[in-house]
Structures are given as structure tokens and as C-alpha cells.
Write a protein that binds this ligand. Structure first.
Ligand code: CTP
Ligand code: MG
Length: 250
């Protein structure tokens, strides 16, 4: 029985605003997708890798990941889809007969450590069908009713819109979730099949959300600061803090 890791790298990186897809942007001299692939391989619990590439860039992505001596597992590259969910589905279609556990990991989280990868896989192999890393939330989170502006017209500028607060969830039970997320392969396939038949505006923002929509249990294991997601230039600066190579150790 083997573990397949789907490494999502097909996004365009609009919010980062570079002239190349985010996964190919370098941090500490290496493309993000390669940092992520190295750590998945270094975990020792991933048997093969499927990388989702932006359309037209499969060869570039393949050159980056397959030629690196530290990526010691077989790598295949597949064209991604228009949404992250569709990209994951394209990767999942390449799962082989022996792949009973599937990890889904974002190239946008290049410094998730090999230890985190092992923790997630161990929980799946320990009997949990869907496992996500999560960290406590430091901010107080409020729900608001969106797009409601109760101001008298013309008094404030556009940047002064107000949103009424509807509730404040108890912070102690909130977790900010990360990747890699790990799944029993057949459960993830079922979740994606159901997700694909829902409306496009109902696309889940993570794979665990698709499993929850089936009514199945998802569990959280401890995440880590190093697994931060790079969205904007500010995150790139922060990520260099974790890019000193220590994550390369198994
Ligand atoms: N992703 C993907 N296929 C898509 C969209 C996203 O494989 N159609 C991947 C991204 O490459 C990234 C991960 O999903 O590794 C998380 O997405 P996000 O952080 O939103 O990255 P981008 O979509 O590239 O960034 P942006 O939303 O700013 O354009
Ligand atoms: Mg995106």
C-alpha cells in the first residue's frame, strides 16, 4: 500500500502579482514548488508525486521538479484545471492501484516540514479517513453580515464601509487549517465526485471541506508556523525565515 502526494501548483499567483505562476517564484534561490517537493520526498512516507501545472507549463514544471537530486520519488506532471478543486481532481485521476492514501499539498506552502507530512500520514494510516493540520487562531474572529452599509449616503468615503457583526465564535475551538491534508483514497475520490457535481460557486476552498460535505468526519492534527501559505509579497518576506534549509532534514 502506497501514499500518493498531489502537489497543487497550477494557480496563477494573481495576488502575488509576479510575471510568472506563484509556484515558480523563487524563495531563497529555489522555486516554491521545489521546496515543497523536496520536503514531501524527505518525509520518507510519500511514494510518488503528481504536480499540477498551469496549462502550457507542464514541461517547465517537470524540469524543475524531476531533475532535482533531492526529489527522490517518482514525479508525474498533469495540467491543472480552472480551480484548485479541478486541479486536485486531475491529480487524483492519476492515482495508481496501490495508492490507498492520498495527500494534497499546496506549492504555496513550500516550508511545511517533513515531520508534518509524517504526522498527517500517520494519522490517516492510524484509521482517520480525513486529516488536516491546524493551528490555534490568534486573532478574535467575528462573523459579519456582508455587503451591508448602514451609513447615510455620501457621508464617508468608499473605504469606510461598515459590516454589522453577527457573532463572535469562541476562539478556543477555532483552528486555521493548512496543508498537507491526508485522506483515505476512496473517501477523497467520493468527496471529489460529489464536489464536481455541485455548482461552481459551491467549490470548497480545501479538500477536507468536500469530505465534510459528505457528512464524514475530518480530524485536525497539530500544524506548524512553517507551513504558512504564501499569498502576497509580505508572506514571501516571512517565508525566508523558514527557508534556511532546516526543513530539508528528514
Ligand atoms: N492551484 C491549482 N490550480 C488552480 C488554482 C490554484 O493547482 N486552478 C494551486 C496553487 O498553485 C496553490 C494552491 O492551489 O499552490 C493554493 O492556491 P492559491 O494560494 O490561491 O494560489 P494561486 O491561485 O496561484 O494564487 P491567486 O489566488 O493569488 O491567483
Ligand atoms: Mg487562488
Amino acid at each position: 500500500m502506497t501514499t500518493l502526494a498531489i502537489l497543487t501548483a497550477a494557480g496563477s499567483g494573481t495576488r502575488l502579482g509576479r510575471d510568472m505562476p506563484k509556484a515558480l517564484v523563487e524563495v531563497h534561490g529555489l522555486p516554491m514548488v521545489l521546496h515543497a517537493a523536496r520536503r514531501l520526498a524527505a518525509s520518507g512516507v510519500v511514494d510518488s508525486l503528481v504536480v499540477t501545472a498551469p496549462v502550457g507549463l507542464a514541461t517547465v514544471m517537470s524540469d524543475v521538479v524531476t531533475r532535482d537530486p533531492q526529489v527522490t520519488v517518482p514525479v508525474r506532471v498533469v495540467d491543472g484545471g480552472a480551480t484548485r478543486q479541478e486541479s486536485v481532481a486531475a491529480g487524483l485521476a492519476l492515482a495508481g492501484p496501490g495508492d490507498d492514501v492520498v495527500l494534497v499539498h499546496d506549492a504555496a506552502r513550500p516550508f511545511a516540514s517533513p515531520a508534518l507530512v509524517r504526522r498527517v500520514v500517520a494519522a490517516v494510516r492510524g484509521g482517520h479517513g480525513a486529516v488536516v493540520p491546524g493551528v490555534p487562531v490568534v486573532d478574535t474572529i467575528k462573523s459579519v453580515s456582508v455587503a451591508v452599509d448602514s451609513r447615510p449616503a455620501g457621508v464617508f468615503g468608499d473605504d469606510a464601509a461598515v459590516e454589522p457583526v453577527t457573532s463572535t465564535p469562541d476562539r478556543s475551538v477555532l483552528r486555521a487549517v493548512q496543508t498537507p491534508q491526508g485522506f483515505d483514497r476512496s473517501l477523497l475520490e467520493r468527496a471529489h465526485a460529489a464536489g464536481a457535481s455541485r455548482a461552481a460557486d459551491a467549490h470548497a476552498t480545501d479538500d477536507a471541506g468536500l469530505v465534510e460535505a459528505l457528512g464524514e468526519t475530518v480530524v485536525v492534527v497539530p500544524g506548524e508556523d512553517a507551513a504558512l501559505k504564501i499569498t502576497t509579497e509580505r508572506d514571501l518576506v516571512l517565508a525566508t525565515f523558514y527557508a534556511d534549509g532546516s526543513g530539508d532534514r528528514p
